[in-house]
Design a protein around this ligand. Structure first.
Ligand SMILES: *Cc1c(COP(=O)(O)O)cnc(C)c1O
Length: 352
């Protein structure tokens, strides 16, 4: 008698499928996307590039290498750092997890944080350990140091700024963890374009410090391109985990072209940051709202009844994100265009 289901790993059967809420007809402020599309002239250039591609051929490794060179220059990656590109930074997290997945290996992070750290740890069979942040969303250093000593994590992930709380952890705290960790410390800078500080200049300075970024929050979430900069002994090994053609020709060609015009995206990020300041100011005038300062393109806020406000906003045509986790229990709104942000603020006032 055949029993194919018995072949599947029970811990994978137990996982939840990643849910993407249906946003049709709604103003989409739930997923930290950039609200702006490409200027027409740039979109035309991209179309011309794409039309010239040979989709019949596998991606030429020279295009991958050229994109690495381009990223080094545009993102000021230290020369001594090695680099790896992924199909989004999600894929890079998975490469790291696969590379360390010995029996009993551990992935350490904070709580609350980016949900993919847990999902990928479970998928790859790593022990997942989450140390709660303090009430101010800072690293709980005594607890983190205890966790390093007790669990000897192969990977420690720190989202910087953290999602969903939006804050940057103290630089000195992160460096202490880098000094004390026996495994790799990965600073996940998905929101670096909106933040005041970056660890990129240190990407080659320690044998266990790794900086990971993505173009997703910059305005290219659909492109799926993440990158990692870190010690070459690590990146050389990740290149063996990486599937040969993990970054497809469309992504390679479009990213190459758009990074030649990176100032367009920096301009959009400036617009989003000034909207962040404005939205924050308005939220601070609402007595029933407690909004937390953000170094990212979203704001976490608390209201008297998060479920009611979430549902009211949805009925008004706005999709935001409910953050169920106890510590940061509340709502997370992505900063959109001025029109979208005004629609959000109007609907919020009516649904407190
Ligand atoms: C959104 C996000 C990512 C994004 O990953 P991609 O796969 O590159 O889109 C990574 N890390 C954090 C903390 C995020 O919030």
């Amino acid at each position: 008698m055949s029993q194919p289901l018995a072949c599947l790993r029970p811990e994978i059967i137990a996982l939840q499928t990643y849910q993407v809420p249906d946003a049709r007809g709604l103003i989409k402020l739930d997923a930290m996307e950039n609200p702006y599309t490409l200027p027409d002239a740039l979109a035309d250039e991209v179309m011309a590039d794409v039309a010239r591609l040979g989709l019949n051929r596998y991606p030429d490794p020279a295009l991958y290498q050229a994109l690495v060179v381009r990223l080094r220059e545009v993102m000021s990656v230290p020369d001594a750092a090695g680099m790896v590109l992924g199909n989004g930074s999600d894929e890079i997290i998975q490469m790291l997890a696969l590379a360390v997945a010995k029996p009993g290996a551990c992935l350490l992070t904070v709580g609350p944080t980016f949900v993919m750290f847990r999902a990928i740890a479970e998928l790859c069979g790593l022990r997942y350990v989450e140390v709660p942040l303090t009430d101010e969303f800072a690293l709980d250093m005594p607890a983190m140091l205890d966790a390093l000593a007790e669990h000897q994590p192969a990977l420690t992930f720190l989202a910087y700024p953290n999602n969903p709380t939006g804050n940057l952890f103290a630089t000195a705290d992160i460096m202490t963890l880098v000094d004390r960790a026996s495994g790799y410390v990965i600073v996940d800078e998905a929101y670096s374009v909106f933040a005041e500080h970056s660890f990129m200049p240190l990407a080659a300075s320690r044998d266990n410090l790794v900086v990971m970024r993505t173009l997703s929050k910059v305005g290219l979430a659909g492109l799926r391109l993440g990158y990692l900069a870190g010690p070459q002994a690590l990146t050389a090994t990740l290149d063996k985990v990486r599937m040969p053609y993990n970054v497809n020709v469309l992504t390679l060609a479009v990213a190459e072209r758009l990074l030649q015009h990176y100032n367009v995206f920096l301009g959009q990020a400036e617009a989003i940051k000034s909207e962040r300041t404005r939205v924050m100011q308005v939220l601070s005038t609402l007595s029933q709202v407690k909004a937390f300062p953000s170094s990212a393109n979203f704001i976490l806020f608390q209201v008297p009844d998060a479920e009611r406000t979430f549902a009211g906003l949805k009925a008004a045509g706005l999709l935001i994100k409910a953050v169920p986790k106890s510590l940061a229990r509340g709502l997370r709104v992505t900063i959109g265009s001025p029109v979208e942000n005004n629609a959000f603020l109007t609907a919020l006032r009516k649904n407190l």
